[in-house]
Ligand binder design. Sequence first.
Ligand code: FUL
Length: 503
Amino acid sequence: MWASTLLWPFRIIAAQDAPAPYLQVPSQRQLEWQEQELYAFLHFGPNTFTGEEWGRSQSLPDICNPTDLDTDQWAKILAEAGMKGMILTAKHHDGMCLWNTSTTAYKIGNGSWAKQREQSSLDADIVRMAAGSAKKYGIKFGVYLSPWDIHRDPAMPKPGLEGTMYDEPQIFGDSSPGDYNVLYVQQLTELVTMTLADGTHIDIFEVWLDGASGSDTVQTFDWTGFRDAIRQHQPGAVMWGHQGPDARWVGNEDGASRPTNWHTLSRTQDDPHYAGEALERGVRDGRYWTPAESDARIRDGWFYHAGEPSKSGATLMEMYLKTVGRSVNLLLDVPPDARGLIPDTDVANLRDFTRLRNATLGRNLVTPEHSTFSSNVRAGNNNKYGPCKIIDGRQDTYWTMDDGEMTGWVEVDLGNVYCVDGFIVQEHIALGQRVGGYGIDATVDAGTYRAVVNNGTSIGHKRIDLLDKAVKTSRIRLRITQANAVPLIQSLQVLGSRNCTTK
Ligand code: FUL
């Protein structure tokens, strides 16, 4: 009897101790991927040399003849631009493989550029070279392997290859002889088991399985088999597809998403495809954790074409705010030119973009020493769930309230009057996405609060709000106005300047 009396209050505290996960939660690989936020796409292959975007598999491997290919330059430029990784087109729709595959003769390795390099004992496997450079400069590496393969598609005539060793069996399509899925899994397996020249394992953080096709040939893809091949050899790699399984398309290629963004969907790759709007927003409380990624371009084309304008740092910054600032990873295409180098204009624009990002977002006024307050603290346990957790700079802590408290507020005293012009808020998504409404207030004259961010909706991994005009203030309050479970707020950054010049 006395034992249960003693246990009873203890059990209440235990029940309040850790919030239960809310519906779907990210896998470890998805959590790590979400934190990468900004990384590069590199489209390189025959199209770089022919001026096409969707080459028809008519060029021979000799077409790929970069005069100064330097994958170290790619990785160095991208690392300096704060990009966390790069994803290379190992095979685009035209079917030409950039690595030394055994699955087809249609590979750069059979061209004169590769043969000359090999004669000089230089590596000619562009995928392996790029992976080595990524490692050297401390960024992650990923591959794009187009499921649609014009080289194998009977509906795509290829007179340019007739009578050559590149005229290979047309096995793409459910009614074609042969099984294209087997070939695709072989290609995937070669890529995910590839090692560097010195034999070291290559870690792949993302595999991009493009959903595009420009042919009437019906080919049912073996998504499960593709996923198994990736999981077996690269358990940490996120498999990107139109709607998953690990990360989804954001529904457009403009470097933008809607202000509301949910990290879940309710369909898999085998189900009918969602259209743009559903992909852009996601599905609240959906059945699968499938966060969005925005693939966008620094130039007009995915491949380099001379004369195309390159986007300015300011335009790239706008894209960043409409993607990363709305919990969507930004995959920015920066295509190497026919020399095999990232062009100077793009390098300059990337530098500008980095400068702007740092100048805007690298001005957090809050340090862990500031005072914080909140409407409620879970089980009164300040040490574990108190408001100070939103400014401790840690990813494994958060402010939260008692179960059942869906709305509430948390406040930071800046200790002085500063000019504030932006906020970065993060939910602790490791335990699910919960918040559907928030606002941010700043104290103005005589310490009264005025709303400076109104009608915020989802937060998720990260929400950036910049103000049109800075506000002179000494206290900031984040209000959670709607949540489907007790909200978990991981961090609040208050952006601005200590030297207030605003009138
Ligand atoms: C699309 C492709 O058709 C484009 O060529 C490009 O690779 C882009 C990233 O995906 O679906």
